[in-house]
Design a protein around this ligand. Structure first.
Ligand code: F6R
Length: 613
């Protein structure tokens, strides 16, 4: 939700800012803007819509300066027009601010500041920060930020630059992420690492309640109370090339195809096939506390919640521990019953989803052990939780989650196996067997990706449908939900995922001759029952797109060659079916979206990191 970039250094500031915004556009693309300080003046350019619009403006009105700020917006307060685009200015137009998050007391502040004579020109909550900074600025921007922070309520990260002290950038964090990049004679401030990854891999995360002051002399970190903080920079292993499209038409397609690599990386070094042992020491959760665990709660949002639903099947089946699954925005307000021997696992690609973070914080404050399953090193979820199990998907730029989902599943398999071993539900020999099965997943995924052309053909046939139904059972039911979500967000086609057995309790009323029904009917996994559901749907005129397992031709007797489609997934162990079955559904949604001419990597109204409630 909104991306911030700041730069101090000798390079062309505008180029650095635009390059950074390109990498941050996944966070929002309602408008974009930049500001630079040059010769005691601030130059600001802003544009409604995607970054291309701003780039066109910059092309015709070059800007100079060695200090600058940029912003890409996902609108919360105020329409997505140019007027509400960041950076926002104070009355004197000598100070700019870019902001990610929500200032909850902005109406009170706005009326107070207006009464004091400040003139507001936008509908945003952000503008109050600019006027507060103006009010508190005497000779030092850092001091103005400190005073301003005392008046702000809400979750926010912001950065500011003043023409009256142009060699200083100040950023403050209270919720959404801010990370500093430290290069040779230059520094960066951004919402996420890819914004400056092509310039430096030396990074320092700000914690909540911290302020970063960037000058040509380097970086100073202080708490909101003004206390100096010392911290060593971390070195990021992500390669800048990973945030490029590398010849693919879209990031999403690249990321779908990266899944075998991402799955291998997430498994790497975490198990031994020889001994059957799982190594999750990095989580910091010791075997004794895992052994004592009486109940597990998995909390997440969106696609990560779908991973949690699969996790319930895995952990309950393999480790025999009761698991509750909650959508984080519900969990945080429902006063859940938690005991000292519970484990709460927050699943989040970004590690910065506001609801997941709030749920984890509330849990931690009740003294309950928390584990983050997360893709972003040092992100907030990893800082809140007792321990972290990292997924190694690498940077995910496409707004729709793909490789982060499959690597979350891998982390959940490992957790389930580990818990099962500690509690005596998996012998070393059984462990070796299940590990051998999971080790095959990447290879089976590679074979599954070869179905892309078949799915592109099906997509062309169905891309004008208005509704889709996705059906599956057991651990594949969450995959049906995920398939439907991918289709909705990418192609704007209405789609519902349902447990196949639930279809006749309502959704069947939706079915007519225009309704494609996607069914996961893999071998095992209650195949016969799912086949019955296909019959029921067909009896109401549905056109079926069924996924079955190679070698199992039973559905051929049910389906019509001229109306339906039967796609065979490579033969694989039933245990890993969720990992395999999601791949063709991602591809189907991708190709339908392309056929409809939609913006695959940046679907309307969405942002990758939802850092507001
Ligand atoms: C859908 C999607 C979202 C995210 C959700 C949680 O494709 O990407 O539903 O899964 O916003 O995000 P994280 O995992 O970063 O907490």
């Amino acid at each position: 939700m909104c991306g911030i970039i700041g730069y101090i250094g000798p390079q062309s500031t505008v180029e650095v800012l635009l390059g950074g915004l390109k990498r941050l556009e996944y966070r929002g693309y309602d408008s974009a803007g930049i500001a630079t300080a040059h010769d005691g003046t601030l130059h600001v350019l802003r544009s409604q819509g995607k970054l291309d619009n701003l780039e066109r403006q910059v092309g015709s009105r070059p800007m100079e300066g060695h200090y600058g700020l940029g912003h890409t917006r996902w609108a919360t307060h105020g329409r997505p027009n140019e007027e509400n685009a960041h950076p926002h200015r104070d009355c004197t137009k000598t100070l700019v601010v870019v902001h990610n998050g929500i200032i909850e007391n902005y109406l009170d502040l706005k009326s107070r500041l207006s009464a004091e004579g400040h003139r507001f020109v936008t509908e945003t909550d952000t503008e109050v920060i600019a006027h507060l900074l103006e009010k508190h600025f005497r000779s030092d921007l850092e001091q103005a930020v400190m005073e301003t922070l005392k008046e702000l309520d809400g979750v926010f990260a912001f950065a500011t630059l003043s023409a009256r002290q142009p060699d200083t950038l100040v950023g403050a964090r209270n919720g959404p992420p801010l990370v500093v990049g430290l290069g040779e004679g230059e520094s960066f401030l951004a919402s996420d690492i890819p914004a400056f990854l092509s310039h430096t891999r030396s990074v320092m995360y700000l914690d909540d309640g911290e302020v970063a002051v960037l000058t040509p002399d380097g970086l100073r970190l202080v708490s909101h109370e003004g206390k100096e903080i010392k911290r060593e920079p971390a070195r990021i292993t992500w390669d800048p090339i990973q945030v490029e499209k590398q010849g693919y038409k879209h990031f999403m397609l690249k990321e779908i195809n990266e899944q075998p690599r991402a799955v291998r990386d997430t498994l790497l070094g975490r198990y031994s096939l020889d001994t059957g042992r799982i190594h999750l020491d990095e989580t910091g959760l010791d075997d004794d506390s895992l052994k004592r665990t009486r109940k597990i709660s998995l909390i997440a949002c969106g696609t990560s919640w779908h991973a949690a639903l699969v996790g319930k099947f895995l952990i309950e089946n393999i480790a025999r521990i009761p698991v509750e699954v909650d959508i984080a925005s519900e969990f945080r307000y429902r006063n859940p019953i938690l005991g000292p021997d519970d484990l709460v696992v927050g699943i989040s690609q970004s590690g910065e989803t506001a609801d997941t973070l709030a749920a984890l914080k509330a849990t931690r404050d009740r003294g309950v052990t928390t584990l983050a399953i997360c893709n972003v090193l040092g992100s907030m979820a990893t800082r809140i939780c007792t321990g972290t199990l990292y997924t190694h998907a690498g940077p995910e730029i496409g707004v729709a989650s793909t490789k982060s989902f499959t690597t979350q599943l891998v982390a959940l398999y490992l957790l389930a196996f580990k818990l099962a071993q500690i509690r005596g539900h998996l012998s070393p020999e059984e462990s070796q067997n299940v590990l051998a099965e999971i080790a095959r997943a990447a290879h089976v995924m590679e074979q599954t990706l070869l179905l892309a052309e078949t799915l592109e053909g099906i997509a062309r046939e169905f891309h004008l449908a208005s509704n889709f139904l996705y059906l599956a059972r057991g651990p594949l039911y969450p995959i049906a939900l995920e398939g439907a979500l991918k289709l909705k967000e990418l192609s704007y086609i209405h789609a519902e995922g349902y447990p196949a057995g639930e279809m006749k309790h309502g959704p069947i009323a939706l079915i007519d001759g225009r309704m494609p029904v996607v069914v996961l009917a893999l071998t095992g996994l209650l195949f016969e029952k799912t086949a019955n559901n296909i019959q029921e749907a067909k009896a109401r005129g549905a056109r079926i797109i069924a996924f079955a397992t190679e070698g199992d031709r039973r559905l051929e007797q049910i389906l019509d060659e001229d109306r339906d489609h039967l796609v065979f997934l490579p033969e694989h162990p039933e245990l890993i079916s969720p990992l395999i079955a999601v791949v063709p559904l991602q591809l189907l949604a991708y190709h339908i979206s392309v056929a409809r001419g939609c913006d695959v990597d940046q679907p309307r109204n969405l942002a990758k990191s939802v850092t507001v409630e």
